[in-house]
Design a protein around this ligand. Structure first.
Ligand code: SAM
Length: 201
């Protein structure tokens, strides 16, 4: 039986990990997944959302390139670090300290860059999260995904098997690439499945 932590417990757990320096996922730099995404993304000033952005190195990189970027995360330390880094680099982006399950954007985005966010959520939350992503993206928009592969029980990070991703982002609503096995290395030594989906009209 999997017991789901309450929202406030989940938030406290992530915040504690940042405060105690137990953030093994933190690359300290943009992920190579961003390079894959940039090759297919619309030109700046397209609007990009990064849910569960953490310290958001990709936000700074996209802002530097002229994208209009919004990052959302509920860990106050991560949000504060990101805001400080953006200020230091004189970069402009919107950073929201919020739970992804209560936040709503004013208008849909052209691109959503989802990097190790799904694996951070309890699997019971995945269908609700996936329907939110579909709602937050405009028709024809891109979902650039880096989905954690742990091949282990339990989490977070939870293993995100390809068949579960296919169920969450069904082919009737999402255009899938032919190649579904591209991976990128994660700082923890694990791999992420790099998949770029297009929301059908
Ligand atoms: C594994 S970390 C990944 C952070 C970032 N994407 C990266 O790759 O560095 C997961 C992040 O999800 C955030 N998070 C988890 N559940 C969330 C929720 N319901 N709402 C907002 N943020 C959440 C945590 O605070 C944490 O920063």
């Amino acid at each position: 039986m999997t017991i789901m932590l309450s929202k406030s417990n989940q938030q406290e757990r992530w915040e504690r990990r940042y405060q105690e320096g137990r953030a093994a996922w933190d690359r300290g730099a943009p992920s190579p997944a961003l390079g894959l995404g940039l090759a297919q993304m619309p030109e700046p000033p397209a609007r990009v959302l990064i849910p569960a952005c953490g310290r958001g190195y990709e936000i700074a990189e996209l802002a530097r390139r002229g994208y209009r970027v919004t990052g959302v995360d509920f860990a106050p330390s991560a949000v504060a670090d990101l805001q400080k880094a953006l200020r230091a680099q004189q970069l402009d982006a919107t950073v929201v300290a919020s739970d992804l399950f209560t936040w709503e954007p004013d208008e849909p985005f052209d691109v959503i860059y989802e990097q190790t966010a799904l694996c951070a959520l309890e699997p019971q939350q995945w269908p609700e999260y996936a329907s939110r992503l579909a709602r937050w993206l405009r028709p024809g928009g891109l979902l650039v995904g880096a989905f954690m592969q742990t091949h282990r029980e339990g989490g977070p990070p939870w293993h995100c098997p390809l068949d579960a991703i296919e169920q969450l982002f069904r082919a009737e609503q999402w255009l899938w690439p032919e190649r579904k096995d591209r991976t990128i290395a994660h700082p923890s030594g694990l791999k992420e499945l790099a998949i770029i989906l297009k929301r059908r009209n």
